[in-house]
Design a protein. Structure first.
Length: 232
């Protein structure tokens, strides 16, 4: 189920959009605090954003620019200001499409569906590894998961952290030996102190604990490491 964030100042329009898209199977959230759009964006982690131009505090161009600093999520501008200047501005700021108010909800849904299909349906296989609700993104080397209260935790990984987790995810819960991990991290483990892997593993566990995954990676003494069910 795709998550859509609606950034629309008109509460009636926002509610209509949310109700209609929900019927099509989308998970929809509407922004209520327009002074903290980025905070809600980060918490909800949407896969598409519907962005009005005329908003309180800062306009939609500003928030589009802020989103583009941290994400390439598809953005569709929705606005009654449909002159060429605004359309060009929307594209230049990083928007992917533009819908003019007033609009037909069927047309909006068709554009949403088409943009999501272009953005996600043809992603190369294997770009995301999943283990019991925890996602390892192979494209940007990040780890994310959704908690029970639906907030999203995400962290960027270093190259070694990513390779460790990639190896463990590929093992699908099975035990991975220290030798195997050292081969994945360093081409010739003969020239690497065994303690180096321990240091890397301890650092990774500390970072996982900071986002609520303290028990994700476990040790089988004398054998290696494995993943357990995340406490999400």
């Amino acid at each position: 189920m795709y998550r859509i964030l609606v950034v629309e100042d008109d509460g009636i329009i926002a509610a209509q959009i949310a109700k209609y898209l929900t019927k099509w199977g989308y998970e929809v959230e509407t922004v209520r605090d327009f002074a903290d759009v980025m905070g809600q964006f980060a918490a909800y982690d949407p896969q598409l954003v519907l962005m009005d131009i005329g908003l309180p505090f800062y306009n939609g161009y500003y928030w589009c620019g802020e989103i583009r600093k941290v994400s390439q999520v598809p953005i569709i501008f929705i606005s009654s200001a449909s002159d060429n200047m605004n359309v060009v501005m929307a594209v230049n700021m990083g928007g992917d499409d533009f819908v003019t108010k007033p609009f037909d909800l069927e047309i909006l849904q068709a554009k949403v569906q088409a943009l999501l299909r272009r953005a996600y349906a043809f992603t190369a296989p294997g770009t995301v590894l999943e283990y019991r609700g925890v996602l390892l993104n192979m494209t940007d080397m990040s780890l994310s998961f959704r908690r029970k209260e639906k907030s999203v935790s995400r962290m960027e990984l270093t190259k070694n952290e990513f390779r460790i987790l990639q190896t463990l995810f590929e093992a699908a819960g099975g035990i991975v030996s220290r030798d195997m991990l050292m081969k994945r991290l360093w081409d010739d483990e003969c020239f690497v102190d065994d303690n180096t892997l321990t240091v890397n593993m301890n650092r990774l566990r500390k970072r996982l604990a900071e986002i609520g995954l303290s028990n994700l990676v476990q040790t089988k003494k004398g054998v290696g490491y494995f993943l357990v069910q995340a406490e999400i």
